[in-house]
Design a binder for this molecule. Structure first.
Ligand code: ADP
Ligand code: MG
Length: 246
């Protein structure tokens, strides 16, 4: 489903991702862990086409971005990556001037030219799935953080992505609201969605992940099944990270 080869990303002189190689299978749930500043968000943003890598290649489904392509072909690939991958951010990023329903239908209607009736039908079923059908005419400011994040998940799903990318989706939430977002994510995982999740929720990682990838300083340091990673981390960096999380 996803294949990343020799991916590097720099911001000016700062190398943020260095020779990242990654394979993610359909329906796999990967939890991406690592200290702050290790490049987790930048990696997700590259997969989602929000950042353009400096070198390497990214393939998602049948869309390929490769640093040897010419500029217009790269640009087209970036656009297509964005449509193929759904992203959920720590800060929800809903459109404040649009209702919940309008937030969910905007991308399918404007980007995919989906007929409005069909987009509304899809949005209603997704809002139902995240437990917010009755809030469809509310504005985001009238919702709790947990509700806003569930709308953001429905909005990402409305583009019918091949893979969902979650970047610390519960980090901005009060603890009592975290559970409702994690339970929507668990449900998606159970339904067979392919997911990469950056999170500090170690219990979620242990219970839901098929694989844990640990990054630090822009490099994948180790990866493994959660039962292996959490019990017997291979690197000192990972052991230190887990001690700090405990
Ligand atoms: P993480 O999500 O693991 O905390 P990030 O991917 O956000 O890490 O950041 C990795 C590094 O890249 C950090 O040093 C950060 O300051 C830097 N960085 C991220 N985005 C930018 C940007 N747009 N411009 C310059 N530096 C950036
Ligand atoms: Mg981050």
């Amino acid at each position: 489903m996803i294949e990343v080869n020799h991916l590097s990303k720099r911001f000016d002189a700062l190398t943020v991702l260095q020779d990242i190689n990654l394979r993610i299978h359909s329906q796999e749930i990967v939890v991406l862990l690592g200290p702050s500043g290790s490049g987790k968000s930048t990696l997700l943003r590259c997969l989602n086409g929000l950042e353009e890598p400096n070198s390497g290649s990214i393939r998602v489904d049948n869309i390929l971005w490769d640093d040897s392509m010419n500029a217009p072909t790269k640009k087209k690939a970036i656009r297509e990556l964005r449509n193929l991958t759904g992203m959920v951010f720590q800060s929800f990023n809903l459109f404040p001037h649009l209702t919940v329903l309008e937030n969910v239908i905007t991308a399918p209607v404007t980007v995919k030219n989906m007929p409005k009736e069909q987009a509304i039908e899809l949005a209603e079923s997704l809002l139902n799935k995240v437990g917010l059908a009755e809030k469809k005419h509310e504005y985001p400011s009238r919702l709790s953080g947990g509700q806003q994040q569930r709308v953001a998940i429905a909005r990402a799903l409305a583009m019918q992505p091949q893979i969902m990318l979650f970047d610390e989706p519960t980090s901005a939430l009060d603890p009592e609201l975290t559970g409702e977002v994690l339970s929507v994510m668990r449900q998606l995982a159970d339904e067979g969605m392919t997911m990469i999740v950056v999170t500090h929720e170690m219990k979620f990682a242990q219970e839901v992940a098929n694989r844990v990838i640990f990054m630090s300083e822009g490099v994948i340091q180790e990866e493994g099944a959660p039962e292996q990673f959490f019990v017997q981390p291979q690197t000192e960096r990972a052991r230190k990270f887990l001690r700090q999380m405990a």
